[in-house]
Design a protein around this ligand. Structure first.
Ligand code: SAM
Length: 284
């Protein structure tokens, strides 16, 4: 469990908008993290809302989204210099649809990793609902967001860069990340959601989807790692299917969270969140 003093610290917000971001769940998740572990692991880091609010001496952050991985790698290395580069894109004349589509075209052709990463931050804040979606050819295809005012998340980027200094970054599938987990690890998994209904099937965080088999393999890895001594927390939509997936967990918790970005970007639903805690049962 987290120390009381840590729980009183104000919550830090990620600098990226991210579908499924757990900013609203941090208060419920943070007290579940064990204090006696040496490393924090997030195999589906996204915008890293929980990571940002942890204090472990070491972290391993991974995700299959290559743009996200490259952005974090550059931010970790260049810190203020990269933030300054991004700030130049956040000017009034760039908050027009013509400018947005020019930058989106440039992003999709960009070879220079730093330019591509800066454009990724621009697209995240100027695009529709902060969505990150790619077409079949791997091109970013989110439309212009039409916001009156655009916020440049300078303080949030600096805070994230600071936290990244003790983090190892890996662009990889969750199975590979689980391959490195030991009994010294506290793990938080926030996979793409199981569908709420048969019609909702949001699987476009990166080219390629996240299947029912992936969900089952992940649940099994959470269980196996906990039997080897790690503490693994996983969150998902609270559906009968998800409860069944995590039936081997030591405990299940339920939280209501209001969403700003819905799962399919159109239907805004208030979904309940299920939090499963996998840890080895120690008989009293
Ligand atoms: C719900 S989001 C995570 C949100 C994050 N917790 C936050 O607070 O912003 C799910 C993430 O899983 C990543 N992802 C999808 N399939 C993956 C896979 N097979 N292995 C690892 N990451 C994957 C996506 O790129 C996305 O960033």
């Amino acid at each position: 469990m987290q120390l009381e003093a840590e729980l009183l610290e104000p919550l830090r917000k990620p600098f990226l908008k991210w579908a499924g971001s757990k900013t609203r769940l941090v208060k419920a998740l943070r007290p579940l993290l064990p204090l006696d572990k040496k490393r924090y692991v997030e195999p589906f880091v996204g915008a890293g809302a929980l990571f940002l609010n942890t204090n472990y001496p070491k972290s391993l952050l991974s995700d299959t989204n290559l743009d996200l991985f490259q952005l974090y790698t550059i931010l970790k290395g260049e810190k203020e210099k990269f933030i300054k580069t991004c700030r130049k894109l956040f000017v009034k004349e760039n908050n027009r649809s013509e400018a947005f589509y020019e930058f989106r075209k440039e992003f999709n052709k960009a070879k220079d990793p730093e330019r591509r990463a800066a454009l990724f931050v621009y697209l995240n804040r100027h695009g529709y609902n902060g969505l990150c979606r790619y077409n079949q050819s791997g091109e970013f295809n989110v439309p212009f967001g039409t916001y009156n005012k655009i916020y440049f998340p300078e303080a949030e980027m600096l805070g994230f860069a600071e936290r990244l200094q003790t983090a190892e970054l890996k662009h990889q599938d969750f199975r590979k990340t689980f391959g490195t987990i030991t009994k010294e690890d506290a793990v938080y998994c926030d996979p793409p959601y199981v569908p709420l209904s048969k019609t909702s099937n949001f699987t476009s965080y990166a080219a390629g989807g996240f299947s029912a088999t992936d969900q089952r393999e992940l649940a099994e890895l959470c269980y196996l790692s906990s039997q080897h001594g790690a503490v693994v927390i996983i969150s998902n939509h609270d559906t009968p299917g998800a409860r069944k997936l995590y039936q081997q967990a030591e405990s299940l918790r339920f939280e209501s969270v209001s969403r700003t970005i819905s799962c399919n970007g159109e239907n805004r639903k208030q979904a309940k969140e299920l939090i499963a805690v996998f840890q080895k049962h120690v008989p009293i």
